[in-house]
Every structure is written in structure tokens, then in C-alpha cells.
Design a protein around this ligand. Sequence first.
Ligand code: GTP
Ligand code: CA
Length: 470
Amino acid sequence: MERRYMPVVIFLAAITVGIIIMVVISVVQNKPLYQKYKYGIVLDAGSSHTSVFIYEWPAEKENNTGMVQQKHTCNVKGKGISSYSANPQGAGASLQECMNEAKQKIPAHRHPETPVYLGATVLDSVALSLKSYPFSYQGARIISGQEEGAFGWITVNYLSENLRKPTGTLGALDLGGASTQITFVPQQKIESSDNSIDFRLYGNNYHLYTHSFLCYGKDQALKLSMGKKLESTLKTDPIELRDPCFHPGYKVPRTVPDVFNTPCTKELKLANENFLHVGLGNWSQCQQSIRKVFNTSICSYSKCSFNGVFQPSVYGDFGAFSAFFFVMDFLNLTSDSLATTKEKLAAYCSTPWEKIVGNHPKIDQKYLSEYCFSATYILTLLEDGYKFTSNNWKDIRFIKKIGDSDAGWTLGYMLNLTNMIPAEAPDMPLMPYGGYVTFMFFFALLILVLLLLVYLYFHRSTRTAQKDII
Ligand SMILES: Nc1nc2c(ncn2[C@@H]2O[C@H](COP(=O)(O)OP(=O)(O)OP(=O)(O)O)[C@@H](O)[C@H]2O)c(=O)[nH]1
Ligand SMILES: [Ca+2]
């Protein structure tokens, strides 16, 4: 190559090296920092249980949707702290095992900044006990039914990453032991302000319908239903309560206070307090008896669910969790049509109790004996109560988790209290880091190829010039 081209080549080589250095520096410079994690603890003190949820998220990405994930959950032994009203000291002590697990799961240097939230019913001794742990106790709050519904909705939509778009969100159906909630974005106007809640999340406005039915969790609904049967039968037959929602051959002695020991059922004084709870296993009679706990004849709005509560028509897909999942999953009814569900349930309810026990020797007989009732109650609540039909039954997804996180109000509650869902969408990087590195790599490669072509062009034109001279 002629000496006169050398400066050009040196110049081009210098540019190449400069560009490669620039690319390497910018790739290293923008590499995400070492994942520092933050943690949060939420205690769900439900009517039938208490659970401790530990959440974690990358510290510098907490405002991005979907970043908070459930790291661990621990169920407090026994019926949970709500059952310690007579022995408050026992409530705090019952948390010890789960709170010590939390100390193991969360790095010690993060303990002082890890918030602890206690939701639902509270006892002072629990607050005292929670303050004794090295976490940052943020107090206890009684979660209203409306909040329980709304936070459950936030949880399922945060985990499904639906909160980056204004439409296409998932409705939330939560069935507890004492209460049940329905929350969704309706197509019609919400006629009662008590049932309306507005959120602005990631720059999107959501106008939600929500309602919580106290006493319509599955445990209380069973008492309501048995109470109605007792009122009508025990006056005539003081010995036996013949129940179509329990299996043939099921015979268990009970007392009237067993059924009426709750504010959900009005007091019933009967001369004879002892009776035999006898199963008949007749599904259609069971459904008829359950329908009696729903009052669908009163409604002062354009449309109601039951007991005079306004409800717009259900719309879109729904996530049904907690006991909706426990019951329908146990009976393998999570993916059947409404008609098939009814057929399967009728067959299951008419199965003799001894066969049911024989097929499930390890299942707690308290839960096992109630699946026929609970599943029939779920069907009646969804179809007669919320007006789901055979056409949109397929839009109900019975779920326990989304990814590794349980569906329920606790994640939404923590996200709300820690302001981790901004009203406005945070700026998103032009491209994810991986895409950025790939782009810069191919950009550098392109520069190299171009410079090689230039060099070859010069080289060839020099050779041609030499030949001409010869
Ligand atoms: N079959 C079955 N039932 C369960 C299980 N865990 C809880 N349950 C029952 O399902 C119902 C709902 O459970 P939870 O969602 O924990 O209810 P909760 O939060 O205590 O009730 P609320 O205070 O009304 O929200 C209760 O009747 C529980 O006894 C389970 O693993 N299997
Ligand atoms: Ca609950």
C-alpha cells in the first residue's frame, strides 16, 4: 500500500479503537447494579387462620410493575390469632414460630428497614409481640371488606402485569371463612357510592365495583344454612337435622349453640340443644336449601346481586381464589363447564360418607365432610348471587397463585402502604439491558465491517494503480 494512504488507515484504526472503547464503557456503565433486595412482611389474621407473608423486590426497581414477589409464607398453627379473644397473650405467642422463620429468611442487615403490617382483626398482645421482633412494625389495621376486595384486585392485576394498560384487567373473587368479596371494572354505571372505588395506577384510571358480604364466607354460610334448617325442622323433629348437603351415612352429634355461636345467625332458643346431623346427599335439595340464605327478591337499583346489594353485570375474566380454589381444586372442578360441574357435584354429594372417607384417609374430616356443601354454595353464590351464567362460566379462573405469589389481599395491601404502585408510570428505559448490549455489540461489529471494507477498497485501488503504472 502506498505510503500516502497510511495516515488514512491509522486514522480509521484510531476511530475503530475509540468506538470499541466507547461501546465497552457504555455497556459496563449501564450494567444493572448488583441486585439489592428489599423486604416486607404482612400478617393476614383471617377468621379461620393467620398467615405470615414475606415479600421481596429489587431495591432500585420497586416502582416497576410485577417486581414484588412472594418469597415465603408461613401458616400460624391452630385457628389463627382471631381465635384468641379469650386468651390474648396466647395470640402473640402463637406468632413466634412464623416470625422466627421470617428472621431466617430476611438478611439480618435488612431487618430494621423491613416493614411489618398486620391486617384484619387485632389483639393488643399481638401488637406487643410484633414490636419485640427486629423489624419495623407499622401497626395493625382492621381491613374493611371494601379494602379486602380492592387489595385482592390490585394483587391479581399487579401479578398479571395488567396495571400497565387501562383495560383488560382481571376481576377478583375472594371466598374466606367469614366473608366473601367481588371486585371488577364494570361496563355499566355504579349506582351506589358504597360499592365504588377509584384507583390511579401507573397513569391509568380504574373505576372499580366492589362489595364484601360479611357472613357469606363458607364457614358462616354453612351456619346460616344449618340455622335455617334447624329453625324449620327441630320444632317438629327435635332429634335429627336431615341435611341434603352432607353425604348419605354421615351422622354427627351437634348442639344448637354450635350452629348459633356467631353474630351471623340470630339467637335460636330450643328446649333441646342436642341433635344428630344426618346426611342425605341430595344435591338438588341441597341447592334449594342454600338458595334460602340469599334474598334475591328485594332490589332498589336497576339490578342487584342479593340482599338488596347493587351489582352491575359481571364483565371480563375473573380470578377466584382462597376457598374458591381450595374447594373447586379438591373436587377437580376448576376447568369444567357449569353443566358438567353440576353433574359431577350431584354424583359426589350422593356418594356414601364411608366411601368418601375411604378415598381420602388423610384429609381433615372437618374439611372433607363440607366439600359437598361448600362447592354447592360456591355454585349458588356465583350463579344465583353474582349472576354468572353457563356462557361466562369459562371466564372464571380458579387460582391459588400467580407465579410464586398467593392471590389474596396482602400483597395489594403492602404495595399500597409502601407506595410501590405510583400513580404515574415511571420512565421505562429505551430497551432492556440485554437488548442494549446486543444492539451495541452489533453496532460495533457493523463499524468494524465497514472499516474493513474501506481498508480492502483502498488496498485494491492501490494494487490496481500500481498495475497501471507497470
Ligand atoms: N379445603 C381446604 N380449606 C381450606 C384450606 N385453607 C383454608 N381453608 C378453608 O377455606 C376457608 C377460607 O380460608 P381463608 O381464605 O384462610 O379464610 P379467612 O381469611 O380465615 O376468612 P376471612 O376472614 O373471611 O377472610 C376457611 O373455611 C378455611 O377453613 C385448605 O388448605 N383446604
Ligand atoms: Ca381472607
